[in-house]
Design a protein around this ligand. Structure first.
Ligand code: NAP
Ligand code: GDP
Length: 340
């Protein structure tokens, strides 16, 4: 297997787990288990041997509880009494949805995050791994951005609601450690893509948006419309790679400070490169048009993966074009059931 062994065990983490009096197998609750990242973690757990004997994994969707409600969240945690939590549930969207709904992104995510972290503390969860994003980083900054720079200035104005709500997870984690000694942490992924993404053209991120638009344009024999200039730069991570890294963080990573989960700076691509990869994967032949009346958003948010590389020097990311091809194939094969 080309990837790092995500089932390896850090004795210190296990020791703390046992010292907390929670002897026995982990019961992992995954909030947002029905989304892009949640479905990838489920696949790694169930199909790649990510689950250890005796472990219980519970994947939740909003149908199980509305995590914006403190009562529903508390009841859910009392019912399952997890030992570990991977917290993914969030209001998530691409640039254009963020620009339209900054207030909703702020309020929904602040409520969800506070409810999940507080309920975790109340039922004695040993470890929570939450999810930040590189789009919460300061807009005016030096590059590459690292984990110490999250709060160093305002985020890009296009998504300040989402960005500030996410930054508060880090504040919550540090305060919870200071006051109660809880080791709740967070990961910082770059733009994620893969099977089970939200392929809604108006609300979703750039790659699922481009894949869906190219799929429709191919049927209609029309050009692909790429929004903005195509010049902004992004680091993309395949959801399956992120899922493998999530399992490593859950089992091995023992810091409260967050960790960036990203491909290297050298693997940053332009939106034009991303559109070209989609065009190639879908064998699309009707031309590409750049609609510069649409926003470009943050020009770049180049993140350093030096901390990750210090821990996992040998982790192999799926090549971008391979991951794009797998995602396009999944979308075409699952068009009827895909979120769109
Ligand atoms: P997603 O596909 O949109 O999935 C969101 C998940 O959250 C779904 O399972 C959804 O449940 C659940 N959810 C939303 N509102 C909820 C509520 N009020 N109560 C309970 N559950 C709720 O998102 P994703 O892309 O997998 O993102 C997962 C995490 O990664 C998020 O924290 C996100 O901020 C972070 N992240 C994502 C990206 C990216 O590019 N996608 C990049 C960096 C970080 P339903 O299925 O029932 O709606
Ligand atoms: P961001 O990385 O947080 O800014 O969010 P997105 O994943 O939505 O990427 C936005 C970037 O992709 C901007 O530069 C957009 O101009 C560009 N883009 C090009 N076409 C599309 C599209 O169809 N949908 C989206 N969401 N962005 C697009």
């Amino acid at each position: 297997m080309p990837h790092t062994d995500v089932t390896a065990t850090n004795p210190e983490v296990l020791l703390r787990y046992r010292m907390d009096g929670q002897v026995g197998a982990m019961r992992v609750l995954v909030t947002g288990g029905s989304g892009l990242v949640g479905r990838a973690i489920e696949r790694v757990v169930k199909e790649e041997g990510g689950r250890r004997e005796g472990e219980e994994w519970i994947f939740l969707s909003s149908k199980d509880a509305n995590l914006m409600s403190a009562e529903e969240t508390r009841a859910l945690f009392q019912k399952h009494r997890p030992t570990h939590v991977i917290h993914l549930a969030a209001m998530v969207g691409g640039l254009f949805r963020n620009m339209r709904q900054n207030l909703d992104f702020w309020r929904n995510n602040v409520y969800i995050n506070d409810n999940v972290l507080q309920a975790s503390h109340e039922v004695g969860v040993v470890k929570v791994v939450s999810c930040l994003s590189t789009c919460i980083f300061p807009d005016k900054t030096s590059y590459p951005i690292d984990e110490t720079m999250i709060h160093n200035g305002p985020p890009h104005e296009s998504n300040f609601g989402y960005a500030y709500a996410k930054r508060m997870i880090d504040v919550h984690n540090r305060a919870c450690f200071q006051q109660y000694g809880r080791r709740y942490t967070a990961v910082i992924p770059t733009n994620v893509f893969g099977p089970h993404d939200n392929f809604n053209i108006e609300d979703g991120h750039v790659l699922p948006g481009l894949i869906h638009k190219a799929y429709l344009a191919k049927k209609e024999g029309k050009a692909l419309q790429v929004w903005g200039s195509g010049r902004p730069l992004r680091q993309f991570i395949y959801s399956l790679d992120l899922a493998r890294l999530f399992l490593w963080v859950l089992r091995e990573y023992d810091e409260v400070d967050p960790i960036i989960l990203s491909v290297g700076e050298e693997d940053e691509v332009s939106i034009k490169d991303a559109a070209d990869a989609v065009v190639e994967a879908l064998e699309f032949k009707h031309g590409v048009i750049y609609d510069t009346s649409k926003a470009d958003g943050q020009f770049k948010k180049t993140a350093s993966n030096a901390k990750l590389r210090k821990y996992l020097p040998d982790f192999k990311f799926t090549p971008f074009k391979t991951a794009i091809k797998e995602t396009c194939d999944w979308f075409v094969a699952n068009y009827d059931i895909a979120r769109k």
